[in-house]
Design a protein around this ligand. Sequence first.
Ligand code: PHE
Length: 465
Amino acid sequence: PPAGGMGTEASSIGQRRSSLHGHWSSRAAFILAVTGSAVGLGNIWKFPYITGENGGGAFVLLYLGCVFAVGMPILVSEVLLGRRGRRNPIATMAILGQEEGGSRHWRLVGTMGVITGLLILSFYSVIAGWSLAYALKSAVGSFAGTDARSAAIEFFTFTGNWKALLAWHAVFMAMTVFVVAAGVQHGLERAVRVLMPLLVVMLLVLVAYSARYGAFEETLVYLFKPDFSELSGESMLIALGHCFFTLSIGMGVVMAYGAYLPEGTSIAASSLTVVLADTVIALLAGMAVFPLVFGNGLNPAEGPGLVFETLPIAFGQLPAGSVFGTVFFLLLTFAAWTSAIGLLEPAVAWIVERHQRSRVVGALVVGGLTWLMGLATVLSFNVLSDLRFGRGTLFQNIDFLASNILLPASALLITVFAGWIMCRNSSSEELAMGSGLLYKGWRLLSRVVAPLAIIVIAFRAVGVI
Ligand code: PHE
């Protein structure tokens, strides 16, 4: 029995806590949900352009190294904390902090994660709104015959219209609120069960289309033949930062999802499946995007505009381009949708548990607030585009604060907590790996390798190194 009279928060097997929001109906549902959260704008919009900017194959290898050595152990830690705590991330960290480390102040880690998640959602939803708008534009044939100049003008005019951006952002937030309000099994699980298979099919269709009409061989060489001379020191940091973002680590999302994980499900095996799926999907996205880029003589290192400014040119020239363009932007929207529900869930779970409100009220309040926060991103592309400080526009500063400072900081605290503060018995009981080689490997990675890697990126990000 737990020491110190904490009988009500008992944690030994047999009297474990249970979630207040129900559970995933199966291990597969959990894997789909976490994969849904992991696969998003990061895979389809960001991964191709950062690979393009960092020289292709060598960067892909670097990224794979980061994902398996740093991302994966932290993912495991976050799920394990979530399932052990069985509450929203803030309460989970408070409970575990007290049980394992003697201090409820660890809840601040949860708080930081939840806030970071909402900050990210505030701009994520704006970009996802662009994607919705582009799906519609493509469907009505507005990309037909587009060239580089008209695509750039189109993008500039579109992002210049703040009312349109705000409206699309509202539509996307409403879709997200709708799913989260419906609950774990009826909302989240149902959405990922439909959207994830659809997403995979759409992606495969696009890869086939790109292979047929684009420069596929050139793409394979570009993605898989490493040329290390292309790598800069900066690439390492970009790879590491992206590995947190793409796996959704450090924001309490995975912790919240872990809280709904049924007992007896292997955390390590589920996490490995998620990491593999996320990686394969990012590579497939590269195989869908780059053949069109190369085949049409476009620049792979175009940067953030790669899918919005470059792809319409390719779709504008190719047979049935408006159909496949629509499929592409819908794919991007769906991927973003299953990620956005994960970003909203922790805060909603907190409202439900802490303030005893219904999920509907919680989702509406948090969703509304996040929508308002998104105004900062929306205005950064038009009315306030001249307002520059720190890292650039308001949007760039929010992105930097959330992705490069808060996210690594909470990922660091999570891995330190799971590796150093939590007692061995608790983590090995939760992971059910005994004390064998696998368990030792996880401990080494989460105690030493992951924290060191994060400290390096954080220092680099603020310019200390
Ligand atoms: N992993 C998502 C992506 O790659 C982004 C995300 C981050 C989603 C954090 C949820 C939480 O786009």
